[in-house]
Design a protein around this ligand. Structure first.
Ligand SMILES: [Zn+2]
Length: 488
């Protein structure tokens, strides 16, 4: 065996500014309004579908960050005048339509490939008696935080508009786990009594990304790929690589290999063509961009935001060494306590270059079989369970046969652990939306879910391939965790 195991950096995009109904930039009007997307047209269902097309093709649940003001169906925001440029006179009734309902149901139903994240309610901030200021979550103009009570209202407004579309705890849906501040307006204050991370984590947010260099007065982490915990929100740095926020059909300009951050900045227009006939070519470019990242030896496509942040934490705190080929020591003893307190630490991912016809033929972690497999772009991938603060030994071999029983991880779900017995397996998973789980195993007698929030929709066994295809549906659009039990 000549190839060694690789401990790669994650690769993921954040996509800001979905949710706007109108796109035109109003910032230079006599009474300035929000910048929106800087594209002078209305958005429609197909603009969301194009994002899903990429996510499906590359096996990623793309982090999409939403602004909800123009989705307001009841003019609720008129009662919270700091949220829009029309202040008390906010009237959104001319935008209220059945198509909005269809769009939001689509976003909910496609949550396997599109993550519904929090960007903001109105994007800027309209303080009483003051002009429009950037931006919603921190006063960048005067370098001071907005009042805590007011930001709590902004979060509540987002929640209330979500509920207008049935995205509510009563319907089993959690608040978004991911956040990107508008115009990098992040109030970083991890040791203070009031901080944006405190408000966000109380609402349910675990993961955030922003350009820290925009708030030097708050002494944020300074390394290019830096990050840290602000209360129970894990915030990582992101950099713009030349794809301007209002530019249609634009990929990053800085070559992938020269990009320093794991998360890459993008905005909705970057993913969209000027008109529908041009869209297939733009979509194909984005798919190819993801695949080129997967082909880089030291990067891999994070399937979802949890995996992106988990890998970031492992890369920072965990030491992976392979002194003897096929025997890997994973020292996770330096993982900070905070990484467990925020309940967002997921899989550690390793990869190895495979020659044509080669597979990872056996793998175990401290003697227990690691029954998760995935191959893509010439690499085999290993998904380790969320690690405790201890030293692990991973043993693997490469050969011409894959392991006989495994969960094939080509969706956007996370496989935490697969327990094997002679008569079956139990897979502990975090599933987003509705998607198919492939399991290589003998022909099953029963397939069932032990978790109410995770439904087995249907399953089918393919005798020729030896794969069981189980369609699973998560009740919570932010993901549901549970065990799938297969007996044979
Ligand atoms: Zn934005």
């Amino acid at each position: 065996m000549t190839e060694k195991i690789i401990f790669p950096r994650a690769f993921a995009f954040a996509v800001d500014d979905l949710g706007w109904v109108d796109g035109a930039d109003l910032s230079e009007k006599a009474v300035p309004g929000p910048y929106r997307t800087g594209v002078k047209r209305r958005f429609e269902l197909s603009d969301y579908q194009y994002m899903i097309d990429v996510g499906k093709a590359v096996g990623a649940r793309i982090q999409c960050l939403f602004i909800l003001s123009e989705m307001d169906r009841t003019n609720l925001l008129a009662r919270f005048p700091t949220t829009t440029h029309l202040r008390e006179k906010w009237d959104n009734s001319h935008r209220v339509s059945a198509e909005q309902e269809i769009i939001m149901q689509f976003v909910r139903d496609q949550s396997a490939y599109m993550e519904f994240g929090l960007h903001g309610t109105g994007h800027e901030y309209w303080a009483p008696g003051q002009p429009q200021k950037r931006a919603e979550w921190y006063n960048l103009a005067d370098k001071e935080p907005w009042p805590e009570a007011s930001l709590r209202e902004h979060i509540q407004c987002f929640k209330d508009i979500m509920a207008q579309y049935g995205f509510s705890p009563e319907n089993g849906h959690s608040f978004p786990e991911s956040f990107v501040p508008c115009a990098y307006s992040y109030f970083w204050n991890p040791t203070g009594s009031y901080s944006l991370g405190k408000l966000l984590s109380e609402a349910g947010v675990k993961y955030a990304n922003t350009d820290f260099s925009e708030i030097p007065e708050l002494s944020p982490p300074t390394e290019p790929n830096g990050g840290g915990f602000d209360f129970n929100t894990h915030v990582i740095n992101r950099i713009n690589y030349g794809n301007v926020w209002y530019s249609l059909a634009t990929l990053p300009k800085v070559p992938l290999a020269a990009q320093k951050t794991d998360i890459i900045e993008s905005h909705w227009p970057n993913w969209l063509a000027q008109d529908d006939p041009l869209q297939p070519a733009v979509t194909a470019q984005w798919i190819e961009y993801y695949k080129s990242a997967q082909r880089l030896p030291d990067r891999y496509i994070a399937k979802n935001t949890e995996q992106l942040h988990a890998q970031w934490l492992y890369n920072k705190h965990t030491v992976v060494t392979e002194h003897t080929p096929g025997v890997v020591t994973i020292d996770n003893t330096a993982m900070p306590e905070k990484a467990y307190a925020f309940k967002g630490l997921g899989n550690l991912v390793l990869k190895i270059k495979l020659a044509p016809g080669q597979h990872i033929s056996s793998v175990d972690l401290d003697g227990a079989p690691l029954a998760v497999a995935f191959e893509d772009e010439g690499y085999g991938f290993l998904y380790l369970p969320p690690l405790e603060r201890q030293v692990y030994t991973l043993r693997y071999a490469v050969g011409n046969q894959a392991t006989p029983v495994h969960v094939y991880n080509d969706g956007t779900f996370n496989v935490y652990w697969v327990e094997l017995s002679g008569q079956g397996l139990s897979a502990n998973l975090r599933v987003y939306g509705e998607q198919e789980i492939k399991i290589r195993c003998p022909k099953p007698l029963t397939v069932q879910s032990l978790e109410h929030a995770l439904a087995v929709v249907q399953y089918q066994y393919n005798e020729a391939s030896g794969y069981l295809h189980v369609t699973v549906k998560a009740a919570d659009m932010q993901g549901s965790t549970g065990d799938i039990l297969v007996r044979w």
